[in-house]
Design a binder for this molecule. Structure first.
Ligand SMILES: Cc1cc2nc3c(=O)[nH]c(=O)nc-3n(C[C@H](O)[C@H](O)[C@H](O)COP(=O)(O)OP(=O)(O)OC[C@H]3O[C@@H](n4cnc5c(N)ncnc54)[C@H](O)[C@@H]3O)c2cc1C
Ligand SMILES: *[C@@H]1O[C@H](CO)[C@@H](O)[C@H](O)[C@H]1NC(C)=O
Ligand SMILES: *[C@@H]1O[C@H](CO)[C@@H](O)[C@H](O)[C@H]1NC(C)=O
Ligand SMILES: *[C@@H]1O[C@H](CO)[C@@H](O)[C@H](O)[C@H]1NC(C)=O
Ligand SMILES: *[C@@H]1O[C@H](CO)[C@@H](O)[C@H](O)[C@H]1NC(C)=O
Ligand SMILES: *[C@@H]1O[C@H](CO)[C@@H](O)[C@H](O)[C@H]1NC(C)=O
Length: 550
């Protein structure tokens, strides 16, 4: 009776959607087994990969790094597509760790590395422990970690509370310290606390959380990263996406098609379906923002967890009928956060004269309740942990922001951002001399001396991402929130309807499949996690139709 080909519609032309599409197409091309299309709400492919240009440099507004090149499928594509070299300067071209860093406290006090280092080591070791890695060297850290671990209540332990316990334990161990030389109005303890808080802000941006108290402790040790270097992609991250899309026949990817409703048949073959009523008996129907619709046998949903969170709200009801409760639970419990990047251009004399190179600036601020706060530094600015050139001696500098402050920055005018950064940097670099800073780059040999004057900095231009307010993303990436677990990610990845083997026709099975970074239990929040999830769902369909999965 049914001789038509199964129709597969993929929602979203980001990494997961295009990985699935290219896998399905390449595995079956010669046999023309499926009708395949990708519907994308935006006006471009790539999703949370968004390469752009700023002041002559290639920069990334979204995904930036390949987190470990060994075994990374993204690295493999970048390598095969010759994207690892470029003549144009690009963000991250000399890696992340080649910069010489200075830590400066509010008021303009450059901190001695011997002051900063014990706190940084403590922080690093606490994180290592949380991530399930061996804590090396330093006997003190091991003692502290042991103490914190034995004091920790089981259950909903957060990364944030564990870290703070670590700091308290540290203070318990190091009561008799050398005298403190005095740094402006800072006390030793307040300064140590503020250095620790700087590391916490940096970890917030890494994890895309508004508050580390919402980041689940237990899930951290499940998270995996590939070994090897972390690199940026010289040709631009978007080219990886283009390379995936390039195998698809023209017209497969349809832009500007926003899916508003997904109608499906939880009970399998309905009467309507058996009689092949309307849409040729395809069980799923997608309704678009422009009033059009399309029917499908299988739909792979790759929209972000943020879009799903909105989708399950009563006032939205993206799924008809609503998703079953394990899905609702997973979607509402898992964390989905916001990270934004802010790029600024320095005035020309800054990096192009030999006098002063903008350093990798790590910023230490007074705590929220302190009277010592400089009122000229905006509150949102205090959410940054660092500001650094995108490569050695570049005129473009970059800060990352997480959570509420990131959302706030999305709504500011360019001038407000420029002024906020300019006053902050002028405060931090106000007192002289920063002559210990020979250059921002370790490789560079020229020992430039600062003239001794404080630095007044006024930035020229700004470019920032806006992942939080964009309705196609509503944030940047997912995390395991306190109260959820990796099991929720597995539940999110389960296809619908449940118990589908009870259903009578293969076309009633696997109506809705889920891919996207939030569905990968161990590589969530990354481009390769998204990629692997897309391949996983393509393979599920191939297997369903008895294709050899390679
Ligand atoms: C600032 C930032 C920095 C990052 N840094 C890194 C990094 O350094 N390394 C790394 O590995 N990862 C990084 N990531 C994460 C990485 O970008 C994502 O994990 C990955 O790109 C997600 O891919 P995806 O296919 O799951 O989702 P998406 O890329 O979000 O794709 C989903 C697509 O669905 C579309 N869509 C949404 N709703 C609808 C609808 N209703 N109808 C039709 N289409 C719709 C969207 O427009 C989008 O194109 C970063 C992300 C951000 C935001
Ligand atoms: C900070 O220190 C300066 C000089 O050391 C002092 O004059 C000033 O009163 C102090 N400010 C506060 C708020 O303690
Ligand atoms: C800066 O250069 C001088 C001389 O070249 C060197 O002695 C000093 O250690 C350098 N400072 C730093 C922080 O690298
Ligand atoms: C993606 O980049 C374009 C410009 O290159 C920009 O207009 C758009 O706002 C970016 N998207 C996000 C979410 O930042
Ligand atoms: C953990 O958090 C969840 C959700 O917030 C709550 O339902 C549960 O009772 C908490 N468990 C413990 C042991 O506190
Ligand atoms: C799926 O099957 C299990 C046990 O086989 C049953 O408990 C559950 O109610 C079924 N769910 C649906 C949606 O049919």
């Amino acid at each position: 009776m049914v001789s038509r080909k199964p129709r597969i519609v993929i929602i979203g032309a980001g990494m997961a959607g295009l990985a699935a599409a290219s896998k399905l197409f390449e595995s079956t091309n010669s046999k023309q087994l499926f009708e395949l299309c990708v519907v994308e709400g935006g006006t471009r492919v790539g999703g949370r990969i968004n390469s752009s240009e700023f002041c002559g440099n290639r920069i990334e507004l979204g995904a930036t790094w390949i987190h470990g090149i060994q075994g990374s499928p993204v690295y493999k594509i970048a390598q095969e597509s010759a994207l690892l070299h470029s003549h144009q300067p690009y963000e991250g071209m000399d890696g992340f760790f080649s910069h010489q860093r200075i830590t400066v406290a509010e008021g303009g006090y450059e901190l001695n590395p011997s002051f900063v280092q014990p706190i940084s080591t403590l922080f690093k070791n606490l994180l290592k422990f949380i991530e399930g890695e061996p804590v090396e060297g330093d006997g003190l850290s091991s003692e502290i970690v042991k103490l914190c671990w034995s004091n920790s209540a089981p259950g909903n332990l957060s990364v944030g509370s564990f870290l703070r316990q670590g700091l308290e334990a540290y203070w318990g161990f190091v009561k008799d310290q050398k005298p403190f030389d005095g740094v402006g109005n800072w006390s030793r303890k307040s300064l140590e606390e503020a250095v620790f808080a700087m590391h916490e802000r940096s970890h917030k941006a890494y994890s895309a959380v508004d508050d580390l108290e919402t980041l689940d402790y237990n899930a951290e040790s499940e998270y995996e990263i590939f070994p090897g270097e972390e690199i940026a992609i010289a040709g631009g991250y978007s080219r990886v996406i283009e390379s995936l899309a390039s195998v698809l026949p023209v017209g497969t990817v349809q832009l500007g098609r926003i899916v508003e409703k997904i109608e499906w048949q939880p009970g399998g073959c309905s009467q309507e379906l058996r009689t092949g009523n309307g849409d040729g008996g395809r069980p799923v129907k997608l309704h678009f923002g422009d009033g059009s619709s399309i029917s499908a046998d299988h739909v792979i949903v790759t929209v972000s967890l943020g879009v799903l969170k909105r989708g399950i709200r009563q006032d939205c009801n993206m799924f008809i009928p609503p998703l079953p409760s394990p899905k609702i639970q997973a979607i509402s419990r898992l964390g989905y956060g916001l990270v934004d990047k802010v790029f600024l251009q320095l005035p020309v004399h800054y990096q192009e004269t030999n006098e002063f190179k903008f350093p990798f600036l790590k910023m230490v601020f007074h705590p929220p309740d302190s009277e010592l706060r400089d009122p000229k530094i905006p509150r949102w600015m205090r959410a940054a942990s660092s500001l650094y050139p995108i490569y050695c001696n570049s005129r473009v500098v970059l800060s990352w922001f997480a959570g509420q402050e990131a959302l706030e920055i999305e709504s500011l005018s360019d001038d407000e951002i420029i002024n906020g950064f300019s006053t902050t940097v002028s405060n931090l670099l106000s007192s002289k001399p920063h002559s210990q800073v020979n250059s921002t780059c370790q490789k560079s040999q020229d020992g430039s001396e600062d003239s001794g004057e404080g630095k007044q900095v006024k930035f020229d231009k700004v470019l920032r991402s806006r992942w939080g307010s964009d309705p196609l993303f509503l944030g940047s990436y997912s995390y395991v929130a306190v109260g959820s677990s990796g099991d929720n990610m597995d539940a999110l990845a389960e296809p619908l309807p449940q118990n589908s083997s009870n259903l009578d026709s293969p076309r009633s099975q696997l109506q809705i499949l889920f891919a996207g970074e939030a569905t990968h239990r161990t590589h969530y929040s990354t481009t390769h996690g998204a990629y692997l999830s897309g391949i996983r769902e393509a393979n599920r369909l191939l297997k369903h139709y008895n294709f050899d999965v390679v």
